[in-house]
Design a protein around this ligand. Structure first.
Ligand code: NAP
Length: 409
């Protein structure tokens, strides 16, 4: 029996503090949890704020650990069933913690959206080591990639139940959303761009549509992500979706890890819905141009400096009001020729990247800690759906997320 069910590592950062607040507000002392970070002073300050939310946090324990210091990470990992980490950019600060969690048989969940970080963990052999000793390492438990990954799971399970087989084509639409960015997210995006600019191996890892699949399963019908304006028969004009390069890889890895439950030849894409008619086309054009200019700006030295001046620094993010007033709506269309689409919907009344992400990561950590004996996969470098499946779906629904089939088979 370890001291804690969950340790939130990175609780002094923007996203980590929201996860800690989620635990204080929703679970108080009904789970055994602690917060961790590299600065005791900052942890004390976070604890003081948590006590305001829930007086039982006066007993909350603080753990000092640094992501570059193996000994401190081991000491932290050995005390808890799950490490829930928001210390990022993960490609800079995350590798040693994954190694330590596998070695100490400590389950792990994170918020990474960094393909190259996950691929390096796979290439380092941690999937097989974790599979052998029953450690669940679950990446991408935030807005990247839970709506896509859990959404595809729910829709394909519905098709399997109603039609006896999965559907061969799934398209996920970022339908509508309102939210902001934090400094940690900006730093992670910039780090991916920098690594990909400098290193062709990183470009190859990030660009490969099946780059996160097991090595013998890196092929399938999908090509590169949608980069321009598109037209969809059901929803009209579409634009590229910034998170598609990670979400698509995660959904394809889920399929491969679950013995191709969605079919070996399932095609999976993600785009942003712009809408029908001239207005939809104008919107798709504007979004596509904005993404292209932002990406070009990040690799153009003079422009990059100007952009950095406008973007949040590490530790900063959207206001409380913006988080409360935010929302996201994701629609998942599963298609089969000659049939109407089966449509799934995932909706939450909170900013996707922060308020919503705190719910998604918090519930993932609790699922790993409290439902260990019921989970579908025994261990490995996993995805949310392959690791936690229906149990996570049920917990997220209980936490207020709408996860529904809008148009049935
Ligand atoms: N998937 C999603 O939907 C999603 C949503 C939100 C965020 N994210 C990701 O989550 C990560 C964090 O974002 P954020 O906005 O919370 O960033 P942030 O505010 O900059 O927080 C980073 C945290 O990491 C800690 N840290 C940095 N270096 C460390 C080290 N050597 N040892 C221990 N801790 C260290 C910082 O500690 P100090 O306070 O001491 O500096 C801080 O607690 C980013 O990678 C971001 O992309 C993903």
């Amino acid at each position: 029996m370890r001291d804690f069910d969950v340790v939130v590592f990175g609780a002094t950062g923007f996203a980590g503090k929201l996860v800690a607040e989620y635990f204080a507000n929703c679970y108080g002392d009904s789970i055994r949890w602690a917060i961790a970070g590299r600065s005791l002073d900052k942890l004390e300050a976070v604890k003081a704020e948590l006590i305001e939310l829930d007086p039982s946090c006066k007993d909350l324990q603080l753990i000092v650990a640094d992501s570059n210091d193996r000994e401190s990470l081991e000491a932290m990992a050995k005390r808890t069933t799950v490490v829930c980490t928001t210390v990022g950019p993960y490609a800079k600060y995350g590798a040693l913690l994954v190694e330590v969690c596998v070695e100490t048989n400590t389950h792990y969940c994170d918020l990474t959206g960094e393909t190259q970080f996950i691929r390096r963990n796979l290439d380092a052999g941690w999937h097989m080591a974790a599979e052998r000793n029953g450690t669940r390492i679950v990446h991408c438990c935030g807005y990247d990639s839970i709506p896509s990954d859990i959404g595809t799971f729910v829709v394909q399970e519905h098709c399997i139940e109603k039609e006896g087989k999965p559907r061969p084509e799934v398209v996920t639409f970022a339908w509508a959303a309102k939210g902001g960015f934090s400094g940690g997210t900006v730093a992670s995006i910039m780090n991916i761009v920098d690594e990909a600019t400098e290193d062709k191996d990183v470009r190859r890892m990030v660009g490969h549509p099946y780059g996160l699949n097991p090595p013998d399963k890196r092929e399938g019908p999908d090509g590169s992500d949608d980069m321009g304006i598109g037209q969809d028969p059901d929803v009209g004009w579409t634009a590229p979706f910034l998170m598609a390069p990670i979400n698509t890889r995660i959904v394809r890895r889920s399929n491969a890890l679950m013995d191709y439950r969605y079919g070996k030849n399932m095609s999976y894409r993600e785009v942003m819905k712009a809408g029908k008619g001239a207005k939809g086309l104008a919107q798709a054009t504007a979004i596509t141009a904005a993404i292209a200019s932002f990406t070009a700006g990040l690799v153009t030295p003079g422009v990059r400096g100007v952009l950095e001046g406008f973007l949040p620094d590490p530790g900063e993010g959207p206001s409380r009001e913006d988080i409360e007033n935010g929302f996201f709506d994701t629609r998942i269309y599963a298609r089969r020729p000659g049939k109407d689409p089966v449509i799934g919907r995932i909706y939450l009344d909170l900013d996707p990247g922060y308020g919503g992400t705190a719910v998604m990561l918090g519930e993932s950590a609790i699922t790993l800690a409290l439902h260990a004996d019921e989970l579908p996969s025994k261990g490995g470098i996993l995805t949310p759906s392959s690791a936690m499946g229906q149990i996570l779906v049920d917990r997220l629904k209980d936490a207020g997320m709408k996860i529904e089939i809008k148009q049935a088979a």
